[in-house]
Design a protein around this ligand. Structure first.
Ligand SMILES: C[S@@+](CC[C@H](N)C(=O)[O-])C[C@H]1O[C@@H](n2cnc3c(N)ncnc32)[C@H](O)[C@@H]1O
Length: 432
């Protein structure tokens, strides 16, 4: 995508072509779902689009179909907003999920913020959420094409009155001063990809916070200037980066850990240090939020033998270091102090904070012994899960070579001390 593509896609001819391309793509996917696997074919799509619109040249057709494909891919994360967006591969990769952006924006609004500087706004998905929460936004983006797309997207979403998008480098003091002039809050979402290093057509992830753009030390300096500051970070972020008096929040959506956010005290909730937010069912369902005081002050979880139930905490709970809270909430214990499986004697539902499995048979892990146990139980189909053990679940399932049988089971492989264990669990109990 370049600025010429953007100008075309935003013109009446481009909008009409997007409509035709989308209708073709919807019908191709419907045919594929009905069994015609060959219906979704990029070459057929180009031919169909150019047949329907003979004046469309090949680059324009390709730009239209790229948008159609990106919108389809974006819909599960961004929802129906995608119909109004123009996207790039990298921009979509880095865009905040709508449900998460809306939660954050509400927190900014609840903190008393009225005007947020969104510094490094990308395609504008966080800016849009701030505007939906009624906040004014000054957004800044360094990449000229991405800035133009953000401006166009925010206008298409109806936020032009609340949001202004400037093109510029926020590490330039003049640009930053201008962006902060009317703002009483700031938000950063440093780029954690290096556009100069590509792999499989996508820019490569950067893990060192000082190599993010802007670097983490810049975000820390920003927070010293604007107390109401938070930043989206990689879920694997070091807990030591949680600001003094601030809060780290790890969020999962439908079982997938999607982001972490570090907030300075003015945006932290009631002095909580770490929080796991577990969202299920997309935007339609309410989220579950669970906060904890700093674990350093707390008693470690008891350790003990496996009980009737095994609980597998959600990744947001694990990455936020709140597994011991699941254990204490269910009066359970850990099997091993370093492994995130909680066990209980009673069945206690903690909702989506942890999936629960009824333990049918614990046994020291040995493939032949496990196979014999499963065959004896009439199990022909297994789901293998594992933690802290160097086994590949798909490989284990294949090597079990179970004969056809009507029964199903979940097999959980883990380590207790130095010993490897397998737990055969009832498949019907695993809920998350
Ligand atoms: C992770 S993306 C933001 C995504 C955005 N929050 C969203 O949900 O759509 C980070 C953006 O920051 C921009 N960026 C990186 N360094 C910058 C800088 N020094 N000045 C301005 N923008 C910058 C990148 O070009 C990229 O588009």
């Amino acid at each position: 995508m370049d600025l010429a593509d953007l100008a075309f896609l935003d013109s009446p001819a481009g909008i009409a072509a997007l409509g035709v391309g989308t209708a073709y793509d919807d019908s191709a996917h419907a045919r594929a779902t009905a069994g015609d696997a060959a219906a979704v074919d990029p070459l057929k799509a180009v031919t169909a689009l150019r047949k329907a619109l003979p004046l469309l040249d090949a680059p324009a057709a390709s730009a239209v179909l790229t948008q159609v494909r990106l919108r389809r891919r974006a819909r599960p994360r961004l929802g129906d907003l995608v119909d109004d967006l123009l996207l790039t591969e990298d921009g979509l990769e880095q865009a905040t999920r709508t449900v998460v952006a809306d939660q954050r924006a509400r927190r900014y609004a609840d903190s008393g913020a009225t005007h947020v500087a969104d510094l490094g706004c990308g395609l504008g998905l966080d800016s849009a959420a701030f505007a939906r929460a009624g906040l004014r936004v000054t957004a800044v983006e360094r990449d000229p094409l991405v800035a133009a797309l953000a401006r166009r997207n925010l206008a298409a979403l109806g936020h032009a009155d609340l949001v202004t998008v400037a093109e510029g480098d926020i590490t330039d003091e003049q640009v930053l001063t201008a962006a902060l002039a009317d703002a009483d809050a700031a938000y950063g979402d440093p780029a954690r990809r290096d556009p100069a290093t590509q792999h499989d057509g996508r820019s490569v992830r950067v893990t060192d916070p000082e190599s993010w753009s802007p670097p983490w030390s810049w975000v820390v300096a920003l927070a010293a200037r604007v107390p109401r500051t938070a930043a989206k970070v990689a879920p694997g972020v070091d807990h030591a980066l949680i600001p003094d008096g601030g809060c780290g929040t790890w969020t999962s959506v439908d079982g997938q850990l999607v982001e972490a956010e570090l907030a300075w005290p003015a945006l932290a909730r009631d002095g909580f240090r770490r929080s796991a937010v577990v969202i299920r069912g997309g935007v339609a369902f309410p989220s579950i939020e669970w906060c904890s005081l700093d674990l350093a002050d707390e008693e470690p979880s008891p350790i003990g033998a496996v009980g009737a139930w095994l609980l597998e905490p959600d990744d947001a709970v694990i990455r936020s270091g709140l597994v011991s809270h699941v254990a204490s909430r269910v009066e359970g214990r850990l099997l091993d102090p370093r492994v995130a499986y909680v066990t209980t004697d009673a069945d206690i539902d903690v909702g989506p904070l942890a999936a629960r499995f009824r333990v049918e048979q614990p046994l020291p892990y040995d493939l032949d012994a496990l196979r014999a146990a499963l065959v004896a139980r009439g199990v022909g189909h297994v789901v293998v899960k594992k933690r802290a053990i160097g086994a590949d679940p798909d490989d284990v399932r294949r090597r079990l070579r179970l004969p056809a049988a009507p029964g199903s089971a979940v097999v959980i492989l883990t380590r207790i001390g130095d010993a490897r264990w397998a737990f055969v669990c009832d498949v019907a109990s695993g809920r998350s």
